[in-house]
Design a protein around this ligand. Structure first.
Ligand code: SAM
Length: 439
């Protein structure tokens, strides 16, 4: 079966060559919330130009406020939800419209809904996503923000004292054997002391924030090259580095949360988002027609493996990986080898999972509501090596089968920095898509 090329301009689609901007850090793959240059753009349908504007992320910025708090992989650039939600709100005459992100990840959509003054619902099977989204949407008064920053300093002094202590308390973290090999000893000892002190904190927002900050630093101080890479690298952080970063990160987070509070007050003081741990294929905690609009980016085949990216964090924090183990969509690599001489359009399991998620979304979305989904292209095995799959086409075919109307979409060509991948995508390149579905 030949893959239809959605990127060839049709009569009703417009194609624009746009400026090339200097690349971001080479050697990284996948989706990031940092700005990525747009090499070429296309759009289709009545809302296409507006969707394309949302995909045209600015050259700089995007990690301001709580957005910069955590390196959760696969994040939206905040410009995308900001653009879409502002226009949606205006079109609805400012009436409160509930926004749902069923694959909320680090919660970018929810933060942007809050600052637009909209009620929001978010869900993710990953317990780390729940921790991060809760933190990125937490509002603190300036006094509460100062309290968190001061408390982090107080804990850092205790960790520093323990570091100098000739006979510090024994480290007895339950996952110590699994965790220790991922760190150089002095950084592991420092992290373990922080975790021990955090575990002694009384339950409440302060403890939750400290756990979230810990999760933001757990990979940074490991031997792992990055969040989305299993490669090792040499680590050169000196003694005391964990505590320095910890206190800095707490102060920055507290400040960003106080700024978020101010923005929310100015936007009409929306309710705190409701965060769920639902499987997107079922959305069991949501009622029929509960959302007015859905804005999300589902995982796509073989791109990220959220369970593997977050294992270290889950081990440190004692989070249960089993929901993600059982239900993660799109995880892992394609099976090696040939696929019957034909390119696979998409991993069959992913198609079933996404079809189920689309049907759960159709149930919880009010009639007349919109769903915006962001998806990239991916590589599937072909007879002579990997072949690019058009993410927009794969999504729209599934959506149409599920009874959705597919009116408008926009696509932008992004640079591919990984040499092997660049070759596989060839001249056609790798595209990111924003598809609008109607109920
Ligand atoms: C591309 S990320 C979303 C990132 C998000 N847009 C942001 O800006 O942070 C996809 C998310 O889907 C989650 N996920 C994977 N399978 C899931 C399932 N069956 N139900 C709910 N969430 C799932 C992953 O844990 C991951 O957080």
């Amino acid at each position: 079966m030949k893959t239809k090329d959605y990127h060839r301009p049709s009569r009703s689609s417009e194609k624009h060559k746009t400026r090339k901007t200097p690349g971001t850090r080479p050697g990284t793959a996948g989706r990031r919330s940092q700005s990525l240059p747009v090499l070429e753009a296309q759009h289709h349908g009545p809302e296409g130009a507006h969707l394309a504007a949302a995909l045209h992320t600015p050259d700089h910025g995007g990690l301001e406020g709580t957005h910069g708090f955590h390196p959760y992989p696969g994040r939206f650039h905040p410009h995308l939800p900001r653009t879409l939600l502002a226009a949606w709100k205006e079109r609805q005459g400012g009436a409160p419209q509930t926004v749902l992100d069923p694959f909320m990840g680090g919660g970018t959509t929810l933060v942007e809904a809050m600052t637009a003054g909209l009620p929001a619902l978010g869900s993710d099977l990953n317990p780390v996503a729940q921790l991060v989204a809760a933190e990125r949407t937490r509002r603190r008064t300036p006094a509460q923000a100062r309290q968190l920053a001061a408390h982090a300093h107080h804990l850092a002094a205790q960790v520093e004292a323990l570091r100098r202590d000739k006979s510090p308390p024994r480290l007895n973290h339950p996952a110590i054997r699994r965790l220790a090999p991922h760190y150089v000893p002095h950084l592991f000892a420092e992290l373990a002391q922080w975790m021990r002190l955090i575990d002694l904190e009384p339950p409440g927002p302060q403890r939750d924030s400290l756990r979230a900050v810990f999760s933001a630093l757990a990979v940074k101080f490991s031997n792992r090259e990055s969040d989305s890479s299993g490669e090792d690298r040499p680590v050169a952080y000196p003694k005391g580095a964990v505590s320095r970063f910890f206190t800095l990160k707490c102060a920055q987070l507290a400040q960003a949360q106080a700024a978020l509070d101010k923005q929310c007050l100015a936007a009409g003081n929306p309710p705190a988002p409701r965060l769920l741990a639902d499987d997107a294929r079922l959305l069991t905690h949501l009622e029929w027609g509960e959302a007015h609009v859905i804005l999300t980016s589902p995982p796509y085949p073989g791109t990220y493996h959220y369970l593997e990216h977050h294992r270290l964090r889950m081990d440190w924090l004692g989070l249960d990986p089993s929901p993600l183990e059982q239900g993660e969509i799109g995880a892992g690599k394609f099976p090696q080898g040939k696929s019957g001489g034909q390119p696979q359009l998409a991993e069959p399991r992913w198609q079933t999972d996404l079809a189920q998620s689309l049907s759960a979304m159709a149930r919880v979305l009010k009639p007349g509501g919109r769903a915006w989904l962001v998806l990239g292209d991916w590589l599937a095995p072909g007879p002579n090596g990997p072949l690019p799959v058009d993410g927009a086409q794969a999504l729209m075919e599934l959506a149409q089968k599920g009874g959705w109307k597919t009116g408008s979409w926009a696509s932008v060509k992004r640079p591919v920095y990984v040499p092997g991948e660049a070759q596989a995508y060839g001249e056609r390149g790798k595209w990111e898509h924003l598809v609008e579905l109607e109920r």
